[in-house]
Design a binder for this molecule. Structure first.
Ligand SMILES: CC(C)(COP(=O)(O)OP(=O)(O)OC[C@H]1O[C@@H](n2cnc3c(N)ncnc32)[C@H](O)[C@@H]1OP(=O)(O)O)[C@@H](O)C(=O)NCCC(=O)NCCS
Length: 163
């Protein structure tokens, strides 16, 4: 896709759009992982833009040398937007030695996407999503992508060795 660019997320002008995007794609701005619920839009982010249309968002948080890719949501998939946002994130947090994220057992597209881009599996928490559904976010569906029961958290990491 031509003229696809990125810029920093600006809550003043992007929040309404981002909230709707997260509601459509990830069940809302509040995301549960590792036993806690966080606001994806309370974090810094990067927006993908094609001409004047916003096509995707990644939000993240940096803690020392670690960067958590907290949420990524796209208005259009399989068009290179995810790759662009991941590249932009890596450039933005160039001082970090590790980028990590949590996904879920049903998210085969994400598991494929990240492993194709150098991420490795780092942790498995069996039953963590089911537990979050019980304790933290009852709206988490019981069945996820590809009709797979939504139960477990998987952690992936990209170790950056050449900086
Ligand atoms: C995981 C996710 C972020 C990937 O984003 P994406 O924009 O679809 O990814 P890309 O388009 O960059 O690449 C995915 C595939 O699309 C295809 N693709 C990319 N650009 C393309 C283009 N211009 N034309 C045709 N196909 C294209 C490629 O097959 C590519 O896979 P490969 O390069 O590994 O072979 C996306 O699936 C997603 O948003 N999922 C839902 C939300 C989610 O799961 N978030 C992550 C939770 S951790």
């Amino acid at each position: 896709m031509s003229a696809l660019t990125t810029r920093a997320y600006n809550p003043a002008t992007d929040e309404r759009w981002a909230e709707a995007l997260l509601a459509d794609t990830l069940g809302g701005r509040w995301q549960a992982r590792r036993g806690e619920v966080l606001d994806a839009l309370g974090l810094p982010g990067i927006v993908a833009v094609h001409q004047s249309e916003r096509l995707g968002l990644v939000t993240y948080q940096v803690n020392g040398a670690d960067c958590e890719l907290f949420a990524i949501a796209l208005a259009r998939r399989h068009a290179g937007v995810g790759t662009l946002l991941l590249d932009a994130l890596q450039a933005c947090v160039a001082g970090c030695r590790r980028i990590w994220l949590v996904t879920t057992n049903d998210n085969l597209d994400a598991l494929r996407f990240y492993q194709r881009r150098g991420f490795q599996l780092a942790a498995l928490r069996p039953g963590a999503v089911a537990d979050a559904r019980r304790r933290l976010k009852p709206g988490i569906p019981a069945v996820g992508a590809y009709d797979i029961p939504l139960r477990d958290e998987l952690e992936l990491e990209l170790l950056v060795t050449t900086r």
